[in-house]
Design a protein around this ligand. Structure first.
Ligand code: 13P
Length: 205
């Protein structure tokens, strides 16, 4: 994939995620990494008007290669994850409301839906709070992204990863779906999580 193709894909998923209400305002950011260059959404640009040429190409050390805007304020978080997890090539950070509410409660999203096992690896764990814009946000996420492809960032939002943007994106959709259904179910009474035995059986399939 060329840098131009990466920019188009990042832009397309940014617009799609915005229309799906995974982001509010200009919040959220996403990136693709080809092993050398990261293409990431610019900071604070309205998703309604964003175009592929607004995406920023940069190195993981912060060197901006091209782009008319500053990169996302969370570029260090993205870079820290790519550095720590070589299998990850795409990252989406959302502020989707039901899932972010769990991050405000400092609660993980328990394994309540079958999709969570194949798409997310199980429950959605909570990463400890770190100051936005610092590398530590990514390092805290890396700590809980073992055997998992999505996590919550305390008092901040959601982060999902993948080998493609398509996979990182569908995981962000399933994190929000699980959080929404869990919230509704908690209003009905006690929730029942999928047993460890059944989770193991699903992983073994
Ligand atoms: P950016 O607009 O700088 O990407 O920041 C938005 C955000 O979601 C911070 O967590």
């Amino acid at each position: 994939m060329t840098i131009e193709e990466m920019k188009q894909e990042v832009c397309d998923y940014a617009k799609q995620s915005y229309s799906e209400k995974l982001f509010a305002g200009t919040s959220g950011n996403l990136s693709l990494f080809n092993g050398d260059t990261m293409v990431i959404t610019p900071t604070s640009v309205a998703y309604e008007t964003i175009t592929a040429s607004d995406m920023v190409a940069m190195k993981l050390d912060g060197t901006v290669l091209n782009g008319k805007y500053q990169p996302s304020s969370e570029w260090r978080m993205h870079a820290a994850i790519y550095e720590a997890k070589p299998d990850v090539r795409a990252i989406i950070h959302t502020h989707s409301p039901y899932a972010t509410a769990f991050a405000v409660n400092h609660k993980n999203i328990p394994t309540i839906l079958i999709e969570m096992v194949p798409f997310l690896g199980g429950d959605v764990p909570l990463a400890e709070f770190a100051v936005p814009g610092t590398k530590e946000v990514g390092l805290e996420a890396v700590k809980v992204l073992t055997e998992r492809t999505g996590c919550l960032l305390a008092n901040h939002g959601v982060l999902t990863v993948g080998d493609t943007l398509a996979r990182a994106h569908i995981r962000a959709v399933y994190v929000e779906d699980a959080a929404k259904i869990c919230s509704i179910a908690m209003g009905h009474g006690d929730i029942v999580t999928i047993s460890e035995e059944h989770i193991s059986a699903m992983r073994g399939k």
